[in-house]
Design a protein around this ligand. Structure first.
Ligand code: DON
Length: 310
């Protein structure tokens, strides 16, 4: 194993002068208030070690990264039936795009665009009140990260609820096609709260580690999902994790990843570890500009890639 602490310290000091690049998500007013001059990185290895640099202990809004974990819960509930409600193809469109939904009869292209994630939230909501589904998600994240201090930022959830016009449009559209089974307000209540989960890089790296560890938690050995399911979630992260920027991310970073408009990215190096980076300034496809740069530097320095034997 390379000297990961030295590598991330170097990445941190190289990128520090560039902090503030990109544009903070301002369509969610509460996120517009975040200081863009922050950057954190954590690597959790399958051997149980954790390496961190910069603002790795600062909590941020995980936003769309939550979609990976909600998909994991939905697959646990109804298995492959998820794919009757959501596709598995890259969309080539923005995260909040509505154009494909009409052509494809209310079946979103994949579980990581907003429409797909809203359908996944509807699946997790089945048989529950919204607050129970949100509670289930929160408990799952605390369990994965082995940290009961993780919580939801209610101000961010409210802020999204007040300005989430496009998400209401997507949800109403799907409800019209019969692909949402619960009231739009309930489903979006779940969706906005999952997106508003606040985590630090070190907590997020630990939570995502099962995806690098054949579906099992590294610290306890407990199975979260089967190795096959972990592989498949990784495949979706690689092909769909960054919307219309997924090809570029695969080209430059070469690992499955999922971005969020809070500026976080979770990346998975199968068999090695999981990496969480965070810096709030976004590129035009809604991925952290400095975060993606940090991951590209990390994979260049370590040689980690799903496209090359280790
Ligand atoms: O629904 C939204 O627009 C946000 N809660 C999540 C969007 C997001 O994070 C897109 N990812 N890069």
């Amino acid at each position: 194993m390379p000297d990961l602490q030295a590598i991330i310290d170097e990445i941190h000091s190289t990128l520090r002068p560039r902090l503030g690049e990109g544009k903070v998500a301002d369509y969610i007013p509460q996120l517009a208030k975040v200081d863009p001059h922050q950057f954190g990185i954590s690597i959790a290895t399958v051997d149980g070690e954790i390496f961190s640099a910069g603002d790795a202990a600062t909590s941020f809004s995980i936003q769309s990264i939550s979609k990976v974990f909600m998909l994991t819960l939905a697959l646990g509930k109804i298995g492959e039936q998820v794919w009757a409600r959501v596709g598995r193809e890259p969309s080539g469109t923005a995260f909040n795009s509505i154009v494909q939904l009409e052509h494809e009869h209310g079946i979103p292209r994949n579980p990581f665009i907003n429409a797909g994630a809203i359908a996944v939230s509807d699946i997790v909501l089945a048989g529950h009140q919204p607050r129970e589904a949100i509670g289930e998600f929160l408990r799952f994240m605390r369990y994965l990260a082995d940290d009961d201090t993780i919580s939801i930022d209610d101000a961010v959830a409210r802020s999204e609820g007040q300005t989430g016009y496009r998400n209401f449009a997507l949800a109403n559209f799907m409800r019209g096609f019969g692909n949402l089974h619960h009231p739009v307000e309930h489903v979006l209540g779940v969706y906005f709260h999952q997106c508003a989960l606040a985590m630090s890089c070190s907590q997020l790296a630990k939570a995502g580690l099962f995806l690098a560890n054949r579906g099992s938690q590294a610290h306890s050995g407990h199975t979260v999902v089967s190795p096959k399911r972990a592989r498949r979630i990784n495949a979706l992260m690689l092909t769909c994790g960054h919307y219309d920027g997924s090809g570029d991310f695969a080209y430059h970073v070469g690992l499955p990843g999922k971005s969020g408009v809070g500026g976080g990215i979770l990346a998975v190096a199968p068999g090695i570890g999981s990496i969480a980076v965070w810096s709030p300034g976004l590129n035009p496809v809604g991925t952290s500009a400095i975060g993606a740069q940090a991951l590209e530097m990390l994979t260049a320095k370590t040689g980690w890639s799903v496209f090359e034997a280790g």
